[in-house]
Write a protein that binds this ligand. Structure first.
Ligand code: TRP
Length: 327
């Protein structure tokens, strides 16, 4: 991974939860540890795709940054930045938009799903064009690899298409990035539905130990006494078993067998203990970092500065290829 540039990111819409942690944050830290040059975008402009106003941005950006730092993303080795403070990245949107048709933008299956799920009365232009903006996130820094979930694959395909079209029209410049599909573990929320910030069924990375215990105590299970790991037939119980297994780096089958006829009560005690223990150092670090807001701001400023230098260079090369050279 040495010399490989990796870009990924999140929308600052609230603190991250254990689904994000086991699904993607851990993987980012692993890539960083293997020598990848990691870029992480805090996608503040992208918050506006499915809502009129991005609320509590200052707070959410700080929370996200705290989550990143607490799990081990190292600002000395990696670059954490926000969309809104990297002007040249945003300007790349214009040439990239010229390379895609409205029909192609309308066909994006993830955008279609998000429009269906949105509570907004009207669909904004940003909803249709943010995948192109996301392509700018990826292309400005010449990312080779983009770790993403399944739902982001159409955006990756679009990014590759835009890179190809730019290169064909104006000469070779952009690398076509590869998607790195993480095997996101099937962790359900405590109500048995998909874990999500907005459903209030998630366990936040920074939650306290008592809060974590209470959430797990409330978690949905089923009427069968003996605990087994059968994700298809017993999704709620299996999700809890899997969570303990991920924390302890064991096979879920072994965790289930050990709990056995201890039932749901015993299972919940095991999961609570395993999760709180696994997250203890991360949460301690998070709490410590949270005490120095000035330092957080300095870290973000430094990340934005690095991203700006890279984006300015890329935009310069783009203008060059496009004949926008006036001096
Ligand atoms: N769309 C991503 C999400 O909702 C966040 C994101 C923004 C992103 N820019 C990106 C992910 C670039 C990967 C690469 O999770």
């Amino acid at each position: 991974m040495t010399g490989i540039r990796v870009l990924t990111g999140d929308r600052p819409t609230g603190p991250l939860h254990i689904g994000h942690y086991f699904g993607s944050l851990r993987n980012r830290v692993r890539l960083q540890g293997q020598g990848a040059d990691l870029f992480v975008v805090i996608a503040d402009y992208q918050v506006l795709t499915d809502r009129d106003v991005a609320e509590n941005l200052q707070e959410y950006v700080e929370e996200l940054l705290l989550d990143y730092l607490a799990v081990g993303i190292d600002p000395a080795a990696s670059t954490i930045f926000t969309h809104s403070h990297v002007a040249s990245l945003n300007q790349l949107l214009l040439p990239l938009l010229s390379l895609v048709s409205v029909a192609e933008l309308r066909r994006n299956p993830t955008v279609k799903d998000e429009i269906a799920a949105s509570r907004q009365a009207r669909v904004s232009g940003l909803m249709f064009t943010y995948p192109v903006h996301q392509a700018a996130d990826i292309l400005f820094c010449g990312a080779d690899v983009v770790p993403v979930g399944q739902d982001q694959l159409p955006h990756l395909e679009l990014t590759r298409l835009l890179a190809r079209r730019f290169n064909e029209r104006y000469g070779q410049l952009f690398t076509e990035p590869e998607a790195l599909l993480g095997e996101a573990p099937a962790l359900l929320g405590v109500d048995g539905r998909k874990m999500s910030k907005s459903r209030k069924n998630a366990i936040a990375l920074g939650a306290g130990e008592d809060e974590t215990a209470n959430l797990i105590r409330r978690a949905k299970t089923d009427a069968e006494r003996v605990i087994t790991y059968e994700p298809e037939r017993r999704p709620e119980v299996s999700s809890l078993v899997l969570l303990a297994a991920l924390c302890q780096d064991r096979r879920p089958e072994d965790v289930a067998e050990e709990v056995g006829d201890g039932g749901a009560g015993r299972l919940k005690a095991v999961v609570t203990e395993a999760l709180n223990e696994h997250l203890r150092p991360i949460r301690a670090r998070r709490a410590e970092l949270a005490r120095d807001r000035g330092e957080l701001r300095r870290i973000l400023c430094a990340g934005n500065e690095k991203a700006n230098a890279v984006a300015d260079r890329t935009l310069g090369a783009v203008r060059d290829r496009m004949g926008m050279v006036y001096s």
